[in-house]
Design a protein around this ligand. Structure first.
Ligand code: NAP
Length: 467
């Protein structure tokens, strides 16, 4: 399981890391230079991305802006020294444990980082996306495994990156790219001895396979995998009483956004039996029936969506709320938005219903026993990136009781709104317990993502004559 490309890319990155230490101002200049160059080429890049991914020019233009924002925000963050988390404790005279030497904590970059580009974010989580920006901000060279859903775009972006490196007289090894659409090539990449960390955004199966490869390395390294998530939405009774049919439209639009190809897509709706719930679900299904999403990123994703949705529909106790048959659409057209409904008992009996189906799909679970019903379901869920409460003040007691369970299961808890759309800022946490992430204590969105690629070092009794 070796590939000459993998070997040479990693060797170039390692040589660069060993011989060309980038100080913080230079790293910031590189990040800003990459952002500026993406911006200059925005039109050509968006056209290429749209042809390859079908995600639409409006969404893709927004994604380039977000990508530039991320690159610039990491530059600001490291220039302010926030990535170092530095702490300096002076010496204390006397015997230990009270007495101690002077100690200062700082951090150093890990080394070459392999970044698996995401299929569904051709800019924001691909060649110059958040993982690459975070690794460069940390001072780590990057080797990107391009995603086969947008190889032509990836080629254009890496050429832009190489030009920026050349203009700054920096080594080519700072940003490399492997563009073989082949899982063996990716596996070979993560096995290279000089790789210091791997970040990944993709499927549970892909993440699991890569984690297994990495566990077989002689030298262990961290694997930051962002995988599957069903993102439960808890619709509370008080909220339903106070709001109109618009809220069903808001949820439906979030389910179909980007043809449902978001890791934060709401895939589970938990709601208590009531006439208001009946009306809400009817409005939700009707809105979804009126949507015709664009084609999915690849034909195999579309096939997989169709197969998994039909499998769910065949389970005993499953009722479809939308009216169109997800199996009847032309495979090269967009997916058919589908929501199914089950009782809490059926949901708890079939673990397959707890798994994400990538695309415009959600499961509705009706409960009949109030807060205890919500709690029981939350306790049985796997980890998710998000949990959303749709609640009003009159739901306060229930939400107060449920919040610890929601926080146990998710990396981000929302009080209102929809989980699609992830703000890029210091207080963001985009992660969650397995299978949302392999490292729930770290985030892949927001400035703290840089910490994944840094290692703390304590300096003891550092002399004053050292700079
Ligand atoms: P993916 O299949 O996990 O692929 C992501 C990257 O990982 C690709 O570059 C792929 O290599 C690589 N990879 C996958 N399996 C591998 C293995 N066994 N060994 C080494 N490398 C491996 O994710 P995806 O392409 O985004 O989605 C594919 C399927 O996953 C779809 O059917 C989708 O429904 C489902 N899914 C995706 C997401 C998501 O957030 N993207 C979430 C849930 C489900 P290649 O480049 O060689 O293909």
């Amino acid at each position: 399981m070796t590939s000459l490309d993998s070997i040479s890319l990693v060797l170039a990155a390692k040589k660069t890391f060993d011989t060309e230490k980038l100080d913080v101002p230079l790293r910031a200049k590189l990040l800003r230079g990459l952002a500026a160059s993406l911006n200059v080429h925005i039109e050509a890049l968006v056209n290429c991305a749209d042809t390859e991914t079908h995600l639409g020019k409006v969404r893709l233009t927004g994604e380039v802006h977000r990508t530039c924002f991320q690159l610039n925000a990491f530059a600001d963050y490291i220039l302010e020294g926030k990535h170092l988390r530095s702490l300096n404790q002076s010496a204390v005279a006397g015997a230990p444990p009270l007495g101690r030497p002077q100690l200062e904590i700082t951090s150093v970059p890990l080394g070459p980082v392999v970044v698996f580009a995401a299929s569904n974010f051709p800019f924001a989580f691909s060649v110059l996306g958040g993982d690459t920006a975070a690794a460069l901000a940390a001072g780590c060279p990057v080797i990107v495994k391009a995603h086969p859903a947008h190889l032509e775009l990836s080629q254009k972006v890496i050429e832009i990156a190489k030009t920026v490196l050349a203009q700054m007289s920096l080594s080519d090894g700072w940003i490399g790219m492997l563009s073989l659409p082949d899982i063996e090539a990716g596996a070979s990449l993560v096995m290279q001895p000089d790789v210091a960390a791997v970040s990944f955004t993709g499927s549970l199966q892909g993440g699991r396979a890569l984690a297994k490869h990495i566990s077989q390395r002689d030298q262990p390294i961290p694997f930051f995998g962002e995988l599957g998530s069903i993102n439960p939405v808890l619709v509370m009774p008080g909220f339903l009483r106070q709001n109109t049919a618009d809220i069903a439209h808001t949820l439906a639009d979030s389910i179909v956004q980007g043809a449902g190809q978001f890791c934060t897509s709401p895939g589970l709706i938990i709601i208590e039996e009531s006439t208001a719930a009946d009306q809400f679900l009817a409005a939700l299904a009707s809105r979804l029936d009126s949507h015709s999403p664009h084609k999915m990123l690849t034909v195999s994703m579309q096939n997989s969506f169709q197969t998994l949705t039909l499998q769910a529909l065949r389970l005993a106790g499953v009722r479809q709320l939308t009216t169109r048959n997800p199996g009847s659409s032309n495979i090269s057209a967009g997916p058919t938005p589908t929501i199914i409904e089950v009782s809490a008992e059926t949901f708890l009996t079939h673990p397959v219903l707890h798994e994400e189906i990538f695309g415009p799909y959600a499961v509705v679970v009706r409960i009949s026993n109030g807060t205890a019903g919500y709690q029981e379901l939350l306790m049985h869920l796997q980890g998710s990136l998000t949990t959303t409460f749709w609640a009003e003040k009159m739901d306060a007691d229930a939400v107060t009781a449920l919040l610890p369970y929601a926080m146990q299961k998710a990396g981000r808890v929302l009080f209102g709104g929809v989980p699609t759309g992830v703000a890029v800022c210091e207080a963001q946490h985009h992660s969650g317990p397995w299978p949302a992430s392999t490292r729930p204590e770290t985030t892949s969105v927001g400035m703290r993502a840089v910490e994944r690629f840094l290692r703390p070092v304590a300096l003891q009794d550092k002399p004053s004559w050292l700079n």
